[in-house]
Design a protein around this ligand. Structure first.
Ligand code: CP
Ligand code: NVA
Length: 302
């Protein structure tokens, strides 16, 4: 595998298969004598410039379960918050740590950290990408489809330009899943990702019904991602027709499952009845963050 996980674009099909297989094994062996400790003796930094519940807890617990020591840092409380450069920070941290997990705003900061560190850097969400979530989503669909990802259809409703949409397109392309995004013009998916040639096709439409037709899985993400709060009103108005509600759920394949990276803003991008329905697998999906990130850290840092 590549040294770092920055977007999902750096992964090969073999990498994806290795992540799925190891996630399955780590999930099965969690808490048993077979559990491996590939991070024994290693300290992994976790830098957060944005809020987090799942990522923060699942990485910290995951590092500890793999035998490592997590060093959690609030980016604003480090000297980065006072202007120390990304390269200088990387050169200092590599003297102490054997890997870094970072959630921040600019993708270029994560790339700068990776380029200037001899140790692996894992992107735990930027404005542009959220690869750990997207790989978790692939693993969750793999579990729910009996291990047969090829030919599945994933419908995605809402903000087609979000970090989730970007990383999910890259991950589904690798997995051979067709991803149909229903989003308004203002929040259309990134053209350069739509245009990539891969096993799975990514398509964009403004028509919710068309995207949902024959979908095996349906995904949505918040309408106002972290850092975009100033656009809240405009986003609520424009994205309202793309809500994942019961009427829209019924347009997918019977038995279709609902995914959401969470946190959900109930009543906005998703309704209570859908979140709480039998179709919803969002909490299994959230649990899988732990297993999949343990697999990623084992492969990159173990
Ligand atoms: N899905 C996700 O990354 O959740 P958090 O923001 O709580 O980490
Ligand atoms: N698109 C969302 C994902 C949260 C996990 C955000 O960036 O806020």
């Amino acid at each position: 595998m590549n040294k770092d996980l920055l977007s999902c674009a750096e992964l090969t099909k073999d990498d994806l298969n290795a992540i799925i297989e190891l996630s399955r094994k780590l999930k099965k062996e969690r808490g048993t004598p077979a559990a491996i400790k590939p991070l024994a003796g290693k300290s992994i930094g976790m830098i957060f410039a944005k809020s987090s519940t799942r990522t923060r807890v699942s990485f910290e617990v995951g590092i500890q379960e793999l035998g490592g020591y997590p060093v959690v840092l609030d980016q604003g409380q480090t000297q980065m918050g006072r202007g120390e450069t990304i390269p200088d920070t990387a050169h200092v941290l590599e003297r102490y740590l054997q890997g870094i997990v970072i959630r921040t705003y600019k993708q270029s900061d994560v790339e700068g950290l990776a380029a200037n560190s001899r140790y692996p850097v894992i992107n735990a969400l930027t404005d542009e990408y959220h690869p750990c979530q997207a790989l978790t989503d692939i693993f969750t669909m793999w579990e729910y489809s009996g291990g047969n990802l090829a030919g599945l259809k994933l419908a995605y409703l809402g903000d087609g330009a979000s970090n989730m949409a970007n990383s999910l397109m890259l991950a589904t392309q690798l997995a051979g899943i067709d991803m149909a995004i229903a989003a308004p013009e203002e929040f259309a998916p990134m053209q350069s990702i739509l245009d990539r040639k891969a096993d799975g096709r990514s398509t964009w439409t403004t028509d919710v019904t068309e995207a949902l037709r024959d979908a095996d899985f349906i995904y949505t993400d918040v309408w106002v991602s972290m850092g975009f709060e100033a656009e809240s009103r405009r986003r609520m108005e424009i994205l309202a027709p793309y809500q994942l509600n019961m009427a829209n759920l019924k347009k997918a394949k019977p038995g279709a499952k609902v995914l959401h990276c969470l946190p959900a803003h109930r009543g906005e991008e998703i309704t209570d009845d859908v979140m709480d329905s039998d179709a919803s697998i969002v909490f299994d999906q959230a649990e899988n963050r732990l297993h999949v990130q343990k697999a990623i850290m084992t492969l990159l840092m173990g």
